[in-house]
Design a protein around this ligand. Structure first.
Ligand code: MG
Length: 171
C-alpha cells in the first residue's frame, strides 16, 4: 500500500494537502501571503493566480516530501514521542536548532534562487497565517516548529513561480 501511494504523485499531493488542513492551514491563507508578496510587482495579479501557483508548488515531489517530514516531526514532538534532546529542541523551537529552515530549502529552491529572498522576507515578517502558527506553537502541547517554515517556503516558491510566469508573458 505504501509503495502504491509513493508512486502516485496525485495521491502524495492530496496527502500533503490534507496534512496542511489537519494542521489548520488553508490554501486561501497561503494565497493571501503570496498575493501580498507579488501585488507591488504585478498589480493585475489575483488570488486565483496565487492559488494556481501554490497548486504548482504542491505538485513537486520535493515539496510533498518536506511537508510529510516536517509535519510528522511537529506531531511527534507534540506527543512527546521524540528522544531527548531532540524532543526539547523541536518542541521549544530552540533558536540553535535551525533544521526547520534547512529542511524547507528544498521547497524554497524549486523555482530558482529568487525564492530565497522571498523566504527570508516572510520568515522575518511572519505575515498572516505564519504569525498565527508561530503564536499557536508557543502554547503547551502544540508544536509548529516545522510548519511555519513550510508555509513560508510554499508561499515564497509560489511567488517565484508567478514572477517567472509573468516574466514569460512579457516576452
Ligand atoms: Mg520554525
Amino acid at each position: 500500500m505504501g509503495i502504491n501511494i509513493i508512486n502516485a504523485n496525485n495521491k502524495m499531493k492530496q496527502i500533503s494537502k490534507d496534512l496542511l488542513v489537519e494542521r489548520g492551514v488553508s490554501i486561501e491563507a497561503i494565497a493571501q501571503i503570496v498575493y501580498d508578496l507579488q501585488i507591488k510587482y504585478i498589480p493585475k495579479i489575483t488570488i486565483e493566480d496565487c492559488k494556481d501557483a501554490i497548486e504548482r508548488v504542491l505538485d513537486k515531489r520535493e515539496v510533498q516530501n518536506a511537508i510529510l517530514t516536517g509535519i510528522e516531526l511537529d506531531k511527534l514532538a507534540e506527543e512527546n514521542k521524540l528522544s531527548q534532546p531532540l524532543e526539547t529542541l523541536i518542541n521549544s523551537d530552540h533558536p540553535l536548532y535551525g533544521i526547520d529552515e534547512i529542511l524547507v530549502l528544498s521547497i524554497v529552491n524549486v523555482y530558482g534562487s529568487i525564492g530565497f529572498t522571498n523566504f527570508g522576507y516572510v520568515d522575518k515578517l511572519k505575515p498572516g497565517i505564519i504569525g498565527k502558527l508561530d503564536e499557536e506553537g508557543k502554547q503547551p502541547n502544540k508544536c509548529n516548529t516545522f510548519l511555519d517554515d513550510i508555509i513560508g517556503a510554499i508561499a515564497a516558491a509560489a511567488a517565484s513561480s508567478i514572477a517567472h510566469n509573468f516574466e514569460d508573458d512579457k516576452e
